[in-house]
Design a protein around this ligand. Structure first.
Ligand code: NAD
Length: 370
């Protein structure tokens, strides 16, 4: 097995979550390069990684250095497409943080670049790797829920609006930060394509020092899939309260409710094919843990055996291990460009719908355009 040489861009920010799992998988991967515009901040990571790791303050120089088989792009969202395309044009594998792009034109450019490149592209949507999401996926694939017709999820995360001093203040609005919701839900629906969306907000904006934000506080997006299934996403980046990321999925034979995924999960599962007594409503729920032994992939259990409960309940760690193993063994990366677009396009279009009073917008099928 060939050792993968990895370069991490944005290592002082989100990129740091890749360091520990990669150091753990040292037989399969070597971090050969790190990059950040914060030169001083990089020193700590260079020391931790050790060896001959090279530091770059310029992303293109890192890509051109010949040191990387894969680049991790964990820089702010507006950098994602230019940096992804730069590496793909040089046939260097790309693992890019969420979302994949910020405009529809960028999605098209990225899609074309991926199809042209000999390298692989993955969007690093970590929530797909939550233990609860993976158990639910196993149950759905085994037919326990029957035909799935509906899923919903909410991203409730106060980001502290700072009046425009951070890229998040400008770039996160309507439901465009929806990949954490759509990721697991699409993995349950076998990535069925979302064909139209609509989005409305709650009419109240965040404010800081007299500066009013573009986004509204609560935003709800509805998504219709090719076969007519419904997904509902609520994004609230401004209401004060603890971080919450609940999910639900419903099928003919039952319902899974994941009340929260972090730091410990509260889940309810009801399957109609078990003895069900309506009058004993509360006791009829099982927990997801009841199904864990049968449906949690062995690779999840192995990847997390040695690590504490950190990094989005270990989902980050599992995702990085899956990426490294796939590259080292020459397999397909777990989330391809089609799934990346199915998570990214609805969010971008949610802005257009939001600005037009919640009208339904068709989502382009990029696979038909290339
Ligand atoms: N999956 C998750 O749970 C999760 C969590 C947090 C952030 N993210 C995603 O990760 C990305 C980064 O988020 P963040 O909060 O770390 O942002 P950030 O603003 O802190 O930026 C990340 C890092 O990139 C560096 N950087 C900025 N421009 C650069 C450039 N041109 N070249 C090299 N380095 C550059 C910054 O100095 C910083 O250290 C975003 O796309 C965000 O959506 C994902």
């Amino acid at each position: 097995m060939k050792k993968v040489r990895a370069g991490i861009a944005g290592v002082v920010g989100r990129g740091q979550i890749y360091v520990d799992p990669m150091l753990e998988c040292k037989d399969e991967v070597e971090i050969t390069a790190i990059c950040d515009i914060k030169e001083d901040g990089m020193k700590m990571y260079a020391e931790k990684i050790g060896g001959d790791v090279k530091c770059f303050t310029n992303y293109e120089e890192m890509v051109d250095s010949g040191l990387c088989d894969v680049v991790i792009i964990a820089t702010p969202m507006p950098c994602h497409v230019p940096q992804s395309i730069y590496a793909l044009e040089r046939d260097i594998n790309v693992v890019c943080e969420v979302a994949a792009a910020v405009t529809i034109d960028e999605c098209r450019e990225l899609y074309r670049a991926v199809k042209k490149s000999k390298a692989q592209y993955m969007m690093a949507e970590n929530c797909v790797f939550y233990k609860e999401a993976m158990i639910t996926k196993g149950m759905i694939e085994a037919g326990l829920l029957g035909e799935v017709h509906y899923a919903q999820s909410q991203y409730l995360h106060e980001l502290q609006f700072m009046g425009g001093t951070n890229w998040r203040d400008h770039d996160l609005w309507a439901a465009n930060y929806c990949t954490h919701n759509l990721g697991p839900m699409l993995s349950w629906l076998n990535n069925e394509r979302i064909v139209k969306i609509c989005c409305i907000g709650s009419g109240r904006h965040p404010e800081y020092n007299g500066v009013v934000g573009k986004r509204e506080k609560a935003n709800v997006m509805l998504c219709k899939t090719e076969s007519g299934r419904l997904m509902e996403v609520r994004i609230d980046l401004d209401t004060k309260g603890p971080y919450q990321l609940p999910y639900e999925v419903d099928g003919d034979l039952g319902r899974v409710i994941i009340e929260r995924v972090s730091p410990t999960s509260d889940t309810k599962v009801h399957l109609a094919n078990e003895d069900f007594d309506q009058t004993r409503y509360a006791e009829e729920w099982k927990t997801l843990q009841y199904y864990e032994r049968e449906f949690l992939p062995k690779s999840w259990v192995e990847a997390t055996r040695k690590i504490p409960n950190t990094g989005h309940s270990r989902a980050d760690y599992v995702m990085v291990v899956e990426i490294i193993r796939a590259l080292a063994e020459g397999r397909k990366l777990p989330i391809d460009i089609d799934m990346a677009m199915n998570m990214t396009l609805p969010g971008i279009l949610s802005k257009e719908s939001f600005l037009n009073g919640g009208e339904w917008i068709d989502v382009p099928d990029l696979s038909k355009e290339v």
